[in-house]
Design a protein around this ligand. Structure first.
Ligand code: R5P
Length: 312
């Protein structure tokens, strides 16, 4: 079966780097917008009988990129693709994996259902917001971990006086995965979210005084969580030498300004979404291309992903 990699408009450079590692060129697709705002996609080469991988993060603008992905899946299915796998380096709506109050949708579940309805028969994702998402998919979900790649980039910034910090309880499991690789102590900031852009740190569990914090999260969106955690750490006597590491650098709105105003000496992120390197920050972007290409190659050849996936 022939392997074909397709992508929409979300992250051409990552898709191109993945394709290059696989010795391919991304298949030609057309993505157009009609005057009324509707999207139209067309796969320009035959994919009949192919093993198709759609590489597309659902990065901002989220709705556009998600819809492109759904349309590409449907187009591939209707064009006779033998198997359609969505490779989604950043999976939007993952934070809406539960109903926080009444009369809310279970949005992450709906997005999973839409992908399957669109013809996706397997999903590859990276460092999902929570492990519970795996139960939302009626098709196999391969949950890859960028932690080993990011931890290697963190290593030069990790000294004897460092402490890994989860900026909220939700990141505790993630911080544990870094601790296992870097052999460092862990602290947890207790966070309350006040609104989409405002959070409050309400306390810290663990020793942080005179230690250089390495703040670990799955994503930085507005930067509010990171900012609140760093301010709480400084108030608790941490050294003003902060490293920040996150898989998904959405960095929306004033996020970069918020981080710039803090003593962040290094911000280590992946390229799951585009654009991080463009911010005026001491940022280091680690590419997911080797991880994604290896996963696609193994899936195409029906080989185990064992060491690439998130271990609980
Ligand atoms: C929340 O549980 C996530 O893990 C992140 O901590 C959070 O969503 C980051 O968002 P922001 O940067 O807007 O605080």
């Amino acid at each position: 079966m022939q392997l074909t990699l397709l992508t929409g408009s979300a992250h051409a450079s990552l898709a191109g780097a993945v394709a290059e590692r696989l010795g391919l060129a991304p298949g030609d697709c057309e993505v157009q917008r009609f005057p009324d705002g509707e999207l139209h996609v067309r796969i320009l080469d035959s994919v009949r009988g192919h093993d198709v991988y759609l590489v597309q993060p659902t990065s901002p603008p989220v709705q556009e990129h998600l819809m492109e992905l759904l349309l590409l899946a449907d187009a591939a299915l209707r064009a006779g693709a033998a198997r359609v796998t969505a490779v989604i380096p950043y999976f939007a709506y993952a934070r809406q994996d539960r109903r926080a109050t009444g009369r809310e949708p279970l949005s992450a579940r709906l997005v999973a259902d839409l992908l399957v309805a669109g013809g996706v028969r397997r999903v590859v994702a990276v460092d999902l917001h929570s492990l519970s998402l795996e139960g939302f998919f009626g098709v196999p979900l391969e949950h890859l971990s960028a932690v080993p790649l990011l931890a290697e980039a963190v290593r030069p910034w990790a000294g004897e006086q460092s402490v890994l910090v989860a900026p909220d309880l939700g990141a505790a499991r993630l911080v544990d995965r870094y601790a296992h690789l870097l052999n460092l102590p862990v602290a947890i900031v207790h966070k309350a979210r006040l609104s989409g852009e405002a959070v409050e740190a309400q306390g810290i569990t663990g020793e942080v005084r005179d230690r250089a914090p390495i703040v670990v999260d799955d994503m930085i969106s507005t930067g509010a969580t990171t900012e609140a955690a760093i301010n709480a750490l400084l108030a608790a006597g941490s050294r003003p030498e902060v490293t920040v590491v996150a898989t998904h650098p959405l960095l929306v709105g004033t996020a970069a300004d918020r981080l710039r105003a803090l003593p962040v000496r290094r911000c280590i992120v992946s390229d799951s979404v585009p654009g991080a390197a463009g911010h005026l920050l001491p940022i280091e972007v680690v590419s997911l291309a080797p991880l994604l290409a290896e996963a696609i190659d193994r899936l195409h050849h029906d080989r185990s992903l064992g060491d690439l996936i998130v271990h609980r």
